[in-house]
Design a protein. Structure first.
Length: 264
């Protein structure tokens, strides 16, 4: 009898431990691909630990559901390949057109549009490729501006009319060149520019000089090779609406000097 009691006691202890750990045993790890497209998705090593508002939204939504997230920062093209093959669950910060076969949430997670900035007080505004001939422009090497005429114009120019920046922190360096009157305008994604201006204390020195092209919706895309991707997309859609209702979304966006992209 003494032996039976001992066995029952040990069984009860094991059962308590298993029940206590069950949320962790059932938790799933999502491997996501990030990059350096602040404020959408950031390399935390370059941004004092900030991962970007899309990554913050993703963590907030899925960790509430018991998931564990890992985010690997890598080149965008590699992100798409890893997600396409199912070696990671998704890519943070992309357009639908980048990979139409990916699985996307019902609603977008941001709006992207190309914008020009100049020094405050400078009268130039972008009004088409012809207007670029009046200024010296700064661009980032390898950036896809999604405008055929603009791309052809950049390719046809010399360093005297277009400065093509490479290396580390190219956008920050181009913006500083405007303040030093070495170039007259810089072009990039609107949110990226606004974040960079704020980060470098240049928001009162440089100003909007016009937009190029149409707005594009920004997404987190999930792998078409993973069966649960539709479930993940649904969790994300529902979770973002919940964050919006509770006010948590505004708190996340304010960390990056931004507002809810659906705010009117």
């Amino acid at each position: 009898m003494k032996s039976d009691k001992s066995k029952k006691w040990r069984y009860a202890v094991v059962l308590i431990i298993v029940l206590g750990l069950s949320p962790y045993l059932n938790a799933e790890t999502l491997k996501m691909g990030g990059g350096d497209w602040c404020p959408y998705v950031c390399d935390p090593e370059n941004e004092n630990g900030k991962e970007g508002y899309l990554a913050d939204i993703l963590r907030s939504v899925f960790e509430k559901e018991g998931y564990t997230l890992t985010i690997e920062n890598q080149a965008f093209t590699r992100n798409l390949k890893e997600t396409e093959a199912g070696r990671q669950h998704g890519t943070i910060g992309m357009y639908r057109a980048d990979a139409p076969d990916f699985v996307f949430p019902q609603t977008s997670l941001g709006v992207s549009v190309i914008m020009f900035v100049t020094k405050k007080g400078f009268s130039w505004k972008y009004s088409g490729v012809e207007s670029l001939k009046k200024i010296r422009l700064g661009v980032i090497k390898g950036y896809d501006y999604a405008d055929k005429d603009f791309t052809e114009y950049i390719a046809s120019q010399s360093p005297e009319t277009v400065t093509v920046m490479t290396g580390t922190a190219p956008l920050e360096r181009l913006l500083k060149m405007i303040t030093m009157d070495r170039i007259q305008a810089v072009v990039d994604d609107r949110s990226v520019l606004q974040y960079c201006l704020l980060k470098n204390g240049l928001e009162n020195e440089l100003a909007d000089a016009g937009l190029m092209g149409e707005e594009s919706q920004v997404y987190i895309g999930f792998s078409p090779a993973i069966a649960e991707s539709r479930k993940y997309a649904r969790i994300l859609s529902d979770g973002v609406e919940s964050l919006r209702k509770t006010g948590e979304l505004n708190k996340i966006m304010s960390k990056y000097g931004m507002q809810d992209w659906q705010a009117k």
